[in-house]
Structures are given as structure tokens and as C-alpha cells.
Ligand binder design. Structure first.
Ligand code: UN1
Length: 490
């Protein structure tokens, strides 16, 4: 059985406790690797290495840092198929989606590398003569990255690549359900020429490794994608040391379908948004808010289409829906189906754990007669469960869309421009799609949400650079005399 070690100060090392944990294929329950489990001491070593590496790395010109990222991007491209297969085995998502996940990492690597020749600040006139004003971007320092299992290489790349190009040194803790793709990413960056100590990988538990990352005072920023509960805890703890925190948390993303919508197009979007990645995306469409006039027809067609989905091992090309990541997620989904039934929602399709398969499979599930305040319409389920809610008109639909604590993605299907613009203006979300599903964010645009989805930061796009830099304002006075702003203005 292959063992996967920690990567500290440019070396692959065993965990100091000698302990390991299992990495399991969720479709077959086969063991695919033994992962070294870091403890506090390992994190401390990693942080010290990152601190030592910071001066040299942050002083390396960004275009030179970029060369390493460009090389890594090309290596990711060369290994795309192999990495995608590995991801399907480790995480379960169907192969074509795994290819998309690796592609997202490739795109981010190229994009961040390109930023190496920008890292833009601004220049502006001074109110005084012979004085020059500008802003420059500086790296933050040692940065901690904590990534989720649902995008095993895309989300690590969203964080690692911009953080590196900006000149930070990193402590990176991938999700314990899917560490192998992160390990491969680190190996690629190492092979591409990243100096030792710049990127340190510590696999292990949230309560030890994650907690150390949040509490170590040498770490100046933490970037986390995961649950609302953990995000709130991180924000509270990190505030004590005034760490910069960026959070990407849950979603309860709506698709509004108006009475003038192209229903077949809407159904394509609902099926993709609700059941793609087995519903395990922060951006998954878990609520469909349908105009009452078209709801019956939409429901009928949606059931027909969903019945055709094939659930199974994602390595088989004809599989549409792969397994759920682990048993506790599987049980959580089953629990929510029970809650929905007890609340009085009508289960019209699915609702069960699929038994004869060895892995963690759940039937694509549709509830109707869901009222906006039910728990299944409020809480993030993170599984293949979608709830249909009836709306009277556009204002009612938007009101329902906004009646949750999250605000990540959203979508509207309508042929009417007024409805589309109302949705853009009024839906409380970081992302709104018009006549497209809630998923499919591209890496060169800001990604993130409002309300309980985050704390105001955005990943990807030019905002990725904001996430991983500090701004310095520079006043360069070449007048050779004392000049006083606000005072010497006549
Ligand atoms: C997530 O769901 O955690 O837009 C990220 C999308 C992907 C990223 C999703 N590009 O669904």
C-alpha cells in the first residue's frame, strides 16, 4: 500500500508520531493509500520552515516566481487524464467532472502565473508638487490554507497558486478525505522548481493540524473553504491574533424558473446543478423556486429526466452520479430526507441509500410541496436532494430565494429581461446566473458569497491577489523640503 508523507522544508517526511490514516475510495470502499497524520510538532516545523523561506521567496521577482507556476501548469496539463482518474478513485466524482476539476487547477495555475507580470497597484497625483503617490502589493507572510474534499485539486489551486505568485510561503492542509490530489499538486510544484520551505503540506485532522494553523501566531492569514460551523470558529479564533481570514462556506442556492422560461433548458440546468457532483458543491442547486403556472409541468419533466440518471462508479463513462464522499455524509443526507418527510414535504423521487452497491450511494431525490421555512429548504444538505418551492411571481420568487442565511450562487430562467435584471439587482448572492445553472464558475472572475457564506473576501479573479496580499501606500517626496499635506495647499 502506498504511503503518503508530509512535505516540510522541501523534504517528504514521516509524521513525528508515526501515525497514519486511511484514504478510501467511496465507490468501492477499497483502501487506496495510507496518509501520514501530522501533529502539533509537525505543524510547528512546517511553520518554521515557511518563516525561514519567506525572505528569499518574497524577494524573488514575481515574473520569476511565475516561471515555476507556468511549468507546473504545463505538468498538470500533461498529467490531466491520470490525475482525473486518481481523483475519481479518491473522491468519487464522475470522470468528466474530475477532468473539469483538474482543468480548473490548470486554468488557475496559468492565470496566477500571468499575474506575476501584473500584481497591480495604482498611481495617483499628489496634492503637493514634487511628490509621487502609489500603492504596491506586498505578500502577507506565512499563510495557512485549509481546503475541502469536494474539489480536490481545483480549490487547492485557487488558494496555492495566487498565494505563491504573491510571494507568500504556505502551510497547506488538504481535506483528510481527499489528500492525494493535493499531494500530487505539491509534487508537481516541487518538480517545477519551487524552493524548499515555500510550500509545506501537513495532512491530518482539523482538530490538531487545522487548529494549529489557526492558532500559530507566525501564520498571518488563513484561507478556508468548508462548513459554516468551522468557518465561524476560525473567524473567532483568528481574530485574537488579528489574522486576516478569508472564508468560503455553505450555500443553499436557488434556481428560479419563471412562467416564460424555456422549461427544457431549465431542466438541463436543474439536473446539472442539483445532481452534478452528487450535489456536493457549495454552488449546488438545492432549491428550485418555480412559478406556480409551470410548476406541475416542470416537476413532471424533472422526474422523468432524473429517473434516467445512472448512479454508480464514476470511472465508468456512462455514470451520471457518483458516490457520496463518506458514510457520515451519507447518513446526514438520509437524515435530511427524514426531516423533509416529517416536515410535510412530498417526496416524489428517490430518498434512499442505494444498498446493493458496496460504496456510499444515494438516490437522486426530489421533494415538492416544500415551504420556504422548512429545514430542507434552509439548511445545506450537500447531497443529491432538491426541493421544489412554489412562487406567485418574480417578487415572491426573489423573496423566497433570499429567505436563507446563505448567499453564494443563484440562477434565474426567464425570457423576460425585466425578470433577469430584477434577479441581478435583488437576489442576495455573490453569483447570479441568467438562463444557466448555479454551477460553472470560471477562474478569472471573483468567486464567493454574501451573508453567512463568507466574510466579504472573494477567491479567484483579480480578487485572488487581494486575498493574498497587503496593500502598501507609498508617498515619494522628491521636493527636498518639508511639505505638509492638507496644510501647504495654497
Ligand atoms: C464549490 O462548490 O465548492 O462553479 C466550488 C462551480 C465550480 C466551483 C465550485 N467551478 O461549481
Amino acid at each position: 500500500m502506498q504511503e503518503y508523507k508530509l512535505f516540510i522544508n522541501g523534504e517528504w517526511v514521516e509524521s513525528s508520531s508515526g501515525e497514519m490514516f486511511d484514504d478510501i475510495n467511496p465507490a468501492t470502499l477499497e483502501l487506496i493509500g495510507k496518509i501520514h497524520k501530522a501533529n502539533e510538532e509537525d505543524v510547528k516545523n512546517a511553520v518554521d520552515a515557511a518563516e525561514d523561506a519567506f525572505d528569499t521567496w518574497s524577494s524573488t521577482p514575481a515574473p520569476r516566481r511565475a516561471k515555476i507556476l507556468f511549468r507546473a501548469a504545463r505538468m498538470l496539463e500533461d498529467r490531466k487524464e491520470e490525475l482525473s482518474r486518481l481523483m475519481t478513485m479518491e473522491m468519487g466524482k464522475v470522470l468528466k467532472e474530475a477532468r473539469g476539476d483538474v482543468q480548473e487547477a490548470i486554468d488557475m495555475a496559468y492565470y496566477a502565473a500571468g499575474e506575476g507580470r501584473r500584481l497591480l497597484g495604482e498611481t495617483t497625483p499628489s496634492e503637493l508638487a514634487d511628490k509621487f503617490c502609489m500603492t504596491v502589493r506586498r505578500p502577507i507572510g506565512v499563510v495557512g490554507l485549509i481546503t475541502p474534499w469536494n474539489f480536490p485539486i481545483a480549490i487547492p489551486a485557487w488558494k496555492v497558486m495566487p498565494a505563491l505568485i504573491a510571494g507568500n510561503t504556505l502551510i497547506f492542509k488538504p481535506a483528510s478525505d481527499t489528500p492525494i490530489l493535493s499531494i500530487e499538486l505539491v509534487k508537481i510544484l516541487q518538480e517545477a522548481g519551487l524552493p524548499g520551505g515555500v510550500l509545506n503540506l501537513v495532512t491530518g485532522e482539523g482538530k490538531t493540524v487545522g487548529s494549529q494553523i489557526v492558532h500559530n501566531r507566525k501564520i498571518r492569514a488563513v484561507s478556508f473553504t468548508g462548513s459554516l460551523e468551522t468557518g465561524k470558529w476560525i473567524l473567532g479564533e483568528a481574530a485574537r491574533d488579528m489574522k486576516k481570514v478569508s472564508l468560503e462556506l455553505g450555500g443553499k442556492n436557488p434556481i428560479i424558473v419563471m412562467d416564460d422560461a424555456d422549461l427544457d433548458l431549465a431542466i438541463d440546468g436543474i439536473v446539472w446543478g442539483a445532481f452534478g457532483t452528487t450535489g456536493q458543491r457549495c454552488t449546488a442547486a438545492s432549491r428550485v423556486i418555480a412559478h406556480y403556472k409551470i410548476l406541475p409541468e416542470l416537476l413532471k419533466k424533472l422526474i422523468e429526466r432524473t429517473k434516467k440518471l445512472k448512479t454508480g462508479n464514476g470511472l465508468l463513462e456512462n455514470t451520471d452520479v457518483g458516490p457520496v464522499i463518506n458514510n457520515s455524509q451519507l447518513q446526514k443526507i438520509a437524515k435530511y430526507v427524514d426531516i423533509g418527510k416529517k416536515e410535510g414535504a412530498k417526496l416524489v423521487l428517490g430518498g434512499n441509500i442505494i444498498k446493493p452497491l458496496p460504496g456510499y450511494f444515494f438516490e437522486p431525490t426530489i421533494f415538492t410541496d416544500v415551504s420556504p421555512d422548512m429545514r430542507i429548504a434552509q439548511e445545506e444538505i450537500f447531497g443529491p436532494v432538491v426541493s421544489l418551492i412554489k412562487a406567485q411571481d418574480i417578487d415572491d420568487a426573489i423573496h423566497i430565494a433570499n429567505s436563507v442565511e446563505y448567499g453564494l450562487s443563484s440562477s434565474i430562467y426567464s425570457a423576460n429581461l425585466k425578470n433577469a435584471f430584477k434577479a441581478i439587482e435583488k437576489i442576495e448572492a455573490g453569483i447570479t446566473y441568467i438562463n444557466a445553472s448555479t454551477i460553472g464558475a470560471e477562474i478569472h472572475l471573483p468567486f464567493g458569497g454574501i451573508k453567512s457564506t463568507g466574510n466579504g473576501t472573494r477567491e479567484a479573479g483579480t480578487t485572488a491577489i487581494e486575498e493574498f496580499t497587503e496593500l502598501k501606500t507609498v508617498y515619494f517626496d522628491y521636493s527636498g523640503k518639508l511639505q505638509k499635506a492638507q496644510i501647504d495647499i495654497e
